[in-house]
Design a protein around this ligand. Structure first.
Ligand code: AHR
Length: 658
């Protein structure tokens, strides 16, 4: 058994001696359920990292649409021979509008199309689809009408693949919105948008925007449907948002502040994304958070896909790997108030201040928020001091809200021990544990929760992923080696679902050209998206969840590594099905008989879903997105037993109607 582990741990050549071929017989105590599995058990963790939001699920195609990036013309280049010094100026009205101070002022004289213009390069280009309509919009103001805009999409060579003319009819001191639509004549992953000015006059331009119309649910200004569909297909129990370290910020001024992410887009104050500069080896100088995907859109998305929202808020501490700033305890009130106000924004009656804001944004019904995280990966007594203040304030006003509390960055060590002890003394609702560890750790820790206290605080496995290289190494791969180790570990989560009530892989999305962190569950380019083997493991657990834990034993022990086998089982009492999960993490096929104890009648055959490859380095790619994906077949049920020939390095899910 040890040698089999070792193979996966170190990724060495597969040298393990042949396993004893003896048949393994597992006892599945269908008649003795051990506890409940919550509907929230398997969820997703979203953070704006790796171009997850801007350039990712937020479908805006124009980069730096409001000229607010650190370099105001980043993403834009000036075009045309008619441009003279001073014709295109970045104006800054910081006193008047601190949330969106900059705009572009253009002066043109008898300009024809092609004389004066700008090109926007998009996020690593713009993904353009032939035949699809694109909606353009811009905020503008001018003293007198005299200028119109030509909006033109081009392919990577500069050839036009769609255009429209947008008139700017209004004049005066006020800002107005102009819109136009165009249909693309070709598909292009590296498209660009030209904006030509025609006529005579001076015009101010801001919030220059282009959206595809095939967004999720067809919402104007919405999200990329292919990416959201991959999430919806998982039927996740919850969506953790917005992070991650994003919550904390490099310093407190850069922390995530939900109130700045709602309301009109032009009022949502942009901040530099902390992943812009976090890793010297993966610099992302054009990575900012525009908050087009803000807290309203997040709640709406959770509702769309039937998941519980699980927001994480800043607890008055900046990232402890960065500045580690803390807000003095006597100045914590605004942070606490943000938490109380978020609950009101989500759940409050439309007569309340924040409930009214939600209604005004188009959702009078409450979002029914039940969970709230205080702090991300925060640690030390300074965290406990702040958490206690939050806990009192939230519980006094909203006793039914379940609070998620941090156990730090690691699943063991002094920091973890301090918080785990103190949080349990405080009777914390749910403790958030994170593990970014090698595949071998996941195999060796499949029993981690078998001896956790059954009463008191529950656990949220809030961020985890097997790392095939060191943490944050760009060489980490979403290989089968990592995914099968996670599948094995997750049998331990399912077996202990009375203690671990929620779990989510992290991070969720990565753009193939814009990532900072790997591994990630779903990879995309501007036109395509695919699930990794890790995605399919998560999806199989989520779609085969059940609601009662069924004990599975080999000899008298839980099945957590004997001969590299890992197993768990559940019953879905709504569909009356038994669900068995078996991981064979060895290099040899193993015959496994599962005796189903205490069942009266079973269907003669069940559904078998298998992920298998003997190539532990196998990954999915944009060009081969299903190199490793689940395959379905049937399996015979003989009397009260299921015999499974578990293939080498396989994850098997069996569903049987009872
Ligand atoms: O998932 C990437 C990062 O890993 C998260 O932002 C942070 O919480 C963890 O350290």
């Amino acid at each position: 058994m040890k040698k089999q582990f070792l193979n996966l741990c170190v990724g060495a050549a597969l040298l393990a001696p042949a396993l004893a071929t003896a048949q393994k017989t597992l006892q599945v105590a269908v008649n003795a359920p051990k506890g409940e599995i919550q509907p929230t058990m398997w969820g997703v963790f979203f953070e704006d990292i790796n171009m997850g939001a801007d350039g990712g699920i937020y479908a805006e195609l124009v980069k730096n649409r409001s000229f607010e990036f650190f370099r105001p013309m980043m993403g834009w280049s000036i075009k045309g021979k008619g441009v003279k010094e001073g014709d295109l100026l970045i104006q800054n009205r910081i006193e008047e509008k601190p949330s969106n101070p900059r705009y572009l002022q253009a002066t043109v004289r008898n300009a024809a199309k092609g004389d004066v213009g700008l090109t926007n390069e998009g996020f690593k280009g713009m993904g353009i689809k032939s035949g699809l309509r694109y909606d353009f919009s811009v905020m503008y103001r001018q003293q007198a009408p005299g200028v119109k805009l030509h909006v033109e999409l081009t392919d990577s060579t500069g050839k036009a693949i769609g255009s429209t003319v947008v008139n700017l009819p209004n004049a005066g001191e006020e800002w107005h919105k102009a819109t136009g639509s165009l249909t693309a004549t070709a598909t292009e992953a590296k498209g660009r948008m030209n904006l030509w000015l025609e006529g005579t006059g001076r015009v101010d331009l801001d919030m220059v925007s282009l959206f595809p119309t095939d967004t999720w649910k067809g919402r104007p200004g919405g999200m990329r449907a292919d990416m959201i569909q991959l999430l919806a297909d998982m039927k996740p129990g919850f969506v953790r948002f917005p992070g991650g370290c994003i919550v904390e910020g490099y310093d407190l001024s850069q922390r995530y502040q939900w109130k700045k992410t709602i309301g009109p887009l032009e009022d949502r104050q942009l901040v530099i994304n902390r992943w812009n500069f976090e890793f010297a080896h993966r610099p992302s100088p054009d990575y900012f958070q525009t908050f087009g995907l803000g807290f309203f859109e997040y709640f709406q998305l959770s509702e769309d896909i039937g998941a519980e929202p699980l927001p994480i808020l800043n607890c008055g501490m900046a990232c402890q790997f960065n500045t580690a700033e803390v807000v003095p305890l006597d100045e914590l009130d605004p942070y606490v108030q943000d938490a109380l106000d978020l609950i009101e924004f989500a759940n409050g009656d439309v007569q309340t201040k924040w409930g009214a804001v939600r209604a005004q944004m188009g959702h009078p019904a409450p979002f029914n928020l039940k969970y709230l995280g205080i702090g991300n990966e925060n640690w030390g007594p300074q965290y406990l001091d702040r958490l206690k203040i939050f806990t009192k304030a939230v519980k006094d006003k909203y006793p039914n809200i379940q609070l998620i509390t941090s156990s730090g960055t690691d699943p063991n060590g002094d920091r973890f021990d301090l918080l785990n002890t103190e949080l349990r003394k405080m009777n914390a609702d749910i403790i958030d544990e994170h593990y970014y560890r090698p595949p071998g750790w996941f195999l060796q820790n499949a029993r981690r929760y078998d001896n956790y206290p059954r009463n008191g605080s529950k656990v949220f496995a809030g961020e985890y992923a097997a790392q095939t290289d060191r943490i944050a190494s760009p060489n980490n791969k979403n290989s089968w080696k990592a995914a099968i180790a996670e599948a094995a570990f997750m049998t331990g989560l399912e077996r202990n679902a009375d203690v671990v009530t929620m779990a989510s892989y992290a991070p969720l999305f990565a753009h193939s050209e814009g990532w900072q962190w790997t591994p990630d569950m779903i990879w995309v380019d501007n036109l395509r998206a695919y699930g990794t083997p890790n995605y399919y493991v998560q999806k199989l657990y989520s779609l085969n969840k059940g609601n009662k834990i069924i004990p599975v034993t080999l000899g008298n022990e839980t099945v957590a590594g004997q001969d590299s086998l890992f197993a768990s089982a559940a019953v879905d009492t709504k569909t009356n099905e038994l669900i068995l999960k078996l991981v064979n993490a060895s290099e040899q096929a193993q015959d496994v008989t599962m005796n189903l104890q205490g069942v009266k009648k079973l269907a003669a055959q069940g559904k078998l879903t298998v992920m298998q490859s003997s190539d532990l380095d196998l990954v999915n790619t944009l060009n081969n997105p299903q190199a490793l994906a689940p395959k379905e077949s049937t399996i015979a049920v003989k009397g009260k037993a299921v015999k499974l020939n578990a293939q080498p390095y396989s994850f098997n899910v069996v569903r049987i109607k009872m």
